[in-house]
Design a protein around this ligand. Structure first.
Ligand code: SF4
Length: 295
């Protein structure tokens, strides 16, 4: 049996795995194997789970990921429509070049849903793994956008400046990401031997650090462009005893899988939905740890 649940005020972030694939094969992707066999995937079951999570935590954040959320706009529309506007909604996408929809149709979708989508996070890596829609198309997206860039293994650091200039032209902020399968409690805040952090500090102006038990962000500025270097642990439950001696599972992320099943962690643990109805809330432990984070 799991411990009683605790989470931050507002509730843990709910990440929804869309029930259709992306067609790509990025080398660091850990979601891909779940899309190899689509048996049991169910949009209806996902919609039901979205409604359940809305009922339990009506102000939590939702994130759509995949697979590729933009590969089926009709299904994505249904899922967005199931989420009331009390929630922030983020979409992780490559904003793909695809047969099913033109760029103009995808842009029109963002215009139609601009009031529902808080931010679209677009994957663009230093090394290209997918066919990318032109940057001019990305710049036309009607909602706030951010670029996500995984700096994977021996990434070409000599291309970083050109890469940042590429998006500075459109004033799209960038989030660099550590390969989170490599993150541990020991190296989460370790700076001296973090090659990515040292590369970014050498090239850009370091502004400050914010973080919590689970994840953090080192913030940078380059000619007015905001960049973050994000690290997070590969799981999302912290087991901790409080001052009264009660041990809690502290949840940061909840997952709605492609089948609609609700999990309490990335590691395959199912959420006890009834236990989560009695979740204890604590203030969010994310705070500025040094410097200035005023973006
Ligand atoms: S596009 Fe995204 S989901 Fe698809 S293989 Fe790449 S990282 Fe994985």
């Amino acid at each position: 049996m799991s411990n009683p649940y605790k989470t931050r005020e507002g509730g843990a972030t709910v990440t929804v795995f869309v029930p259709y694939d992306c067609g790509n094969h990025c080398p660091f992707c850990i979601n891909k194997k779940e899309y190899a066999n689509c048996e049991g995937f169910s949009l209806e079951a996902i919609l039901k789970s979205i409604r359940t999570m809305n009922e339990l935590t009506p102000r939590c954040d939702f994130v759509f990921t995949g697979g590729e959320p933009f590969a089926d706009l009709a299904a994505l529309q249904q899922m967005l429509d199931a989420i009331p506007t009390t929630h922030k909604v983020y979409i992780n996408t490559t904003f793909p070049v695809q047969q099913a929809y033109t760029a103009d149709e995808m842009i029109a979708f963002t215009e139609k849903n601009r009031d529902k989508i808080t931010c679209i996070n677009i994957s663009r890596h230093l090394v290209k793994y997918v066919e990318e829609s032109p940057d001019e198309v990305i710049a036309r997206i009607a909602c706030p956008t951010r670029i996500n860039c995984v700096l994977f293994r021996n990434y070409p650091a000599d291309r970083l400046l050109d890469y940042v200039e590429r998006f500075r032209r459109y004033n799209i902020p960038i989030q660099f990401r550590y390969d989170y399968t490599e993150t541990t409690p020991e190296n989460l805040y370790e700076e001296e031997h973090d090659k990515i952090l040292q590369d970014l500090k050498r090239l850009f102006t370091y502004k400050g650090l914010d973080g919590c038990r689970m994840r953090n962000g080192f913030h940078f500025d380059y000619k007015g462009l905001h960049m973050t270097y994000h690290k997070t642990l590969p799981y999302s439950t912290i087991v901790e005893k409080d001052a009264d001696g009660v041990t809690y599972d502290i949840l940061y992320d909840i997952l709605i899988k492609q089948t609609g099943e609700i999990h309490s962690d990335w590691t395959g643990v199912k959420l006890d939905v009834d236990a989560y109805r009695k979740v204890v809330y604590e203030p969010y432990d994310l705070r500025v740890l040094n410097g200035v984070v005023d973006f």
